[in-house]
Design a protein around this ligand. Structure first.
Ligand SMILES: *Cc1c(COP(=O)(O)O)cnc(C)c1O
Length: 736
């Protein structure tokens, strides 16, 4: 019998609840569902309860409610204005969660139901910065996917891993070298609860890995209407090494990575089976979860199907999104590691020989030289595969055409769904309220109809929009000064030098943001390639430019750390220092401050290596202007008037030549277009041409690059709609 997850697992737990005063009691309930994080008054309601504790506990409302003083609770519980705000938020929450709520999916995706949901698998989820289970773009995208599925009413169950140490925290030493540290998360302090049986005992999923039995438990996190399940091997009775499988996100060696991915894929399927759920479709968001297809096949061979029949059924149910445009970026393992982790019994249960099993992860059957790749496995076992932008679809077809020998590149069955961002999460509440006033109601609804949205944007006056942007810009400057002040104190700088952070930056200057992973293809070095020309831009007294940088280097990537250090040392030039800062420990909160406030967002990846990129989309929704290489999403978004292009589309043989050309183009556009347009003011001090571009960016980019559009497109074209492609397995290989 098929049951829905909420029927089976109604218990709410997650730390003992403190008795709150009756008038604000609803905060307890609200704090247990990340829905609050994308409501305009959600963050401020918790912050206003106790600003100091809110900051200390890094914006975790569960800890806030535990740690704030009795006096504070009593004070706020008797403040009629505050009580009214809590009541309204609680009413909105109840209406949102109500089974009667009318949603897009109830009308447009009837095939997907609570009994037959989408099962969405990903190795990282960036829901909120207080839940540190993401490293960057992939996780944030997955978080946004869940929020949009929730808003649209799309029945979706998500599966990921609970990393007890999360992703690393970054600190730069005084000499600019990155140091990493890991915190330990405390499940009792987070809005999550253990999945239990009716008798209260935890549910343990049994797995066999590395020749040992491993027990896996699961935690539930609520993201609006969506349940996110996090698998966890930190269970008593497991071997100490196995307890650490779900220790760090991308922190372990290849072997750890392999068993992590087994827990995600195999364990994830077993969890859904525990609930008796038969998903309408399994969505593999990136290859990390591709082992789930093996587990689905194993279920079927256990029922007597042969492997070929089993894969046919598995393919019917699975869809795959690839996120990487470079061969080296795809997860792969050496054969002995796969053999050791799975063990002979596993492939035997599939009715396969060792060689046949290994071939599942190879492009070419029988090629001993090839590693076991999760992307070939996913491409082979899924009925639909897609990249994350139009260009990335094209690049993926070229990259993986080899899976379909005899087919032309353009016939490679990989499509694309361009990434989008969750508008209520990323648009500044102040700007959202402006949109709401002009939309006459829920502005995110208006986003669905580009003509309606254009009307909303056109009705916003230049003055209003400009004022909001300047206010947000000031907030960013204050935030940056604060962060830098504390960073300098931590680094042991003199009190005078630390205090100097309080006066950095010019509230009226053009602010450019550059924040992303420090990876070679993102070309951080390009910005510094002509330091003198850059200094002239920054130091121009009449038309100054200031930069905010942020980003983490992978702990093992020494080259990336050197780039960071170079950046840090460059900034030590006392003149530069006033107008260029590096904010440490880039995370979702810093990203939000930046994308909501910057005037210009700079992005200079080496084409075509940016699969999509989403940070520029966040900026566009907030009326910032992108100054970016024409790659990933920007190739679709740029229309000549809503931002600027760095370089052009010509391809050159030499990497150095491309870098040089793009650097020159970058400086040229900055000097001749960006800076003059920003500083061209009318008698009221408004840069009319600039604001017109801001409006044009919001008008053209917001309807196209938000995640509601993305999830609707996945639903129509991938989950329900069927682009039937013959898959790789049909044209060659292991099972005819
Ligand atoms: C949006 C976001 C990203 C993705 O940024 P891109 O550089 O565009 O890929 C990464 N990290 C954080 C914290 C984000 O918010």
């Amino acid at each position: 019998m098929v049951q829905t997850i909420s029927e089976i697992e109604p218990t709410v737990g997650g730390g003992t609840a403190r008795m709150l005063p009756e008038t604000i009691e609803a905060l307890e309930r609200i704090s247990r569902n990340y829905w609050w994080s994308w409501m305009p008054d959600g963050t401020s309601i918790f912050r206003d309860l106790d600003q100091e504790v809110w900051n200390e506990c890094e914006h975790n409302p569960r800890r806030l409610l535990k740690e704030t003083s009795d006096y504070n609770l009593a004070r706020m519980a008797t403040d009629p204005v505050y009580v009214g705000r809590v009541r309204r938020l609680a009413e909105d929450f109840d209406a949102y969660m109500s089974a009667e709520a009318r949603t897009w999916a109830a009308e447009h995706a009837r095939e997907i139901s609570r009994e037959r949901p989408v099962a969405y698998f990903c190795a990282e989820f960036g829901v909120h910065h207080s839940l540190p289970l993401y490293s960057g773009g992939l996780g944030i995208l997955a978080g946004d996917h869940l929020k949009s599925a929730s808003d649209l009413g799309l029945p979706l169950v998500a599966v990921g891993l609970l990393y007890h140490h999360g992703y690393f925290r970054q600190r730069l030493r005084r000499d600019g070298w990155q140091e990493e540290s890991y915190n330990q998360i405390d499940v009792n302090d987070l809005p999550m609860h253990l999945v239990r049986r009716a008798d209260g005992s935890p549910v343990y999923l049994e797995m066999e890995m590395r020749g040992r039995a491993v027990r896996v438990q699961a935690w539930r996190v609520d993201v609006g209407r969506v349940a996110l399940y996090l698998l966890d091997t930190n269970v008593e009775g497991n071997d100490a090494i196995d307890q650490m499988i779900t220790g760090h996100l991308y922190g372990g060696d290849r072997e750890t990575r392999c068993v992590q991915e087994m827990v995600l894929g195999v364990g994830g399927v077993r969890l859904l089976r525990h609930f008796g759920v038969e998903p309408h479709v399994f969505h593999l968001n990136e290859g990390h979860s591709a082992f789930l297809t093996l587990e689905l096949a194993r279920e079927l061979t256990a029922r007597g199907l042969d492997f070929t029949e089993a894969t046919r059924t598995v393919r019917e149910r699975c869809v795959f999104t690839t996120h990487t445009p470079v061969a080296a970026g795809h997860d792969e393992f050496v054969a002995p590691l796969i053999e050791m982790c799975f063990g002979e019994a596993y492939w035997q249960s599939l009715g396969l020989t060792r060689e046949e099993f290994l071939d599942l992860g190879r492009v070419k059957a029988g090629d001993d030289e090839e590693l076991f790749g999760l992307t070939p496995l996913a491409l082979r076992m899924c009925r639909s595969s897609n990249g994350v932008s139009r260009k990335h679809g094209e690049v993926s077809r070229e990259l993986w055409n080899k899976m379909w020998p005899g087919r032309k590149v353009e016939e490679t069955p990989i499509t694309h769904v361009t990434n989008g961002v969750h508008a209520p999460t990323w648009v500044a509440p102040l700007l959202g309220s402006l949109f709401e006033r002009h939309a006459g109601g829920d502005w995110t609804e208006a986003l669905r109809d580009p003509a309606e949205w254009a009307r909303v944007v056109a009705s916003v006056s230049d003055e209003e929009l400009w004022k909001v942007k300047r206010l947000l810009n000031r907030r960013l400057i204050a935030f940056v000064r604060d962060r830098l002040y504390f960073a300098r104190q931590q680094q042991g700088e003199t009190p005078e030098f630390a205090a100097g952070a309080r006066t950095l930056f010019d509230p009226d200057a053009l602010t450019i943001g550059f924040a992303r992973r420090v990876a070679a293809y993102k070309r951080w070095r390009l910005i510094l390639s002509d330091p003198e020309r850059l200094s002239r831009l920054i130091m121009n007294e009449e038309r100054p430019v200031q930069f905010v940088f942020a980003g983490k280097a992978h702990p093992q990537d020494q080259g990336a750390k050197m780039i960071l250090q170079q950046m840090a040392l460059w900034k030590l030039d006392p003149e530069i220092m006033r107008r260029a800062v590096f904010v440490q420990d880039y995370d979702q909160e810093i990203a939000r401050h930046l994308v909501q406030a910057v005037d210009v967002w700079l992005n200079v990846p080496r084409r075509p290596l940016e699969a999509s990129g989403t940070s520029g989309e966040k900026v566009g929704l907030n009326g910032g202007l992108n100054l970016s290489v024409l790659d990933g999403w920007w190739l679709e978004g740029y229309d000549g008037g809503n931002g600027w292009a760095v370089g052009n589309l010509t391809v050159s043989e030499s990497v150095e030549e491309m870098d040089e050309r793009d650097a020159d183009s970058l400086y040229h556009v900055l000097e001749n277009e960006v800076v003059p347009t920003f500083y061209e003011r009318d008698e009221r001090g408004i840069p009319r041409r600039w604001v017109a571009m801001m409006k044009h960016a919001i008008e053209t980019l917001a309807p196209a690059f938000n995640s509601d559009r993305m999830v609707r497109e996945y639903t129509r074209n991938v989950y329900v709609g069927r682009h039937e492609f013959p898959t790789a397995a049909d044209s060659h290989g292991f099972n005819g």
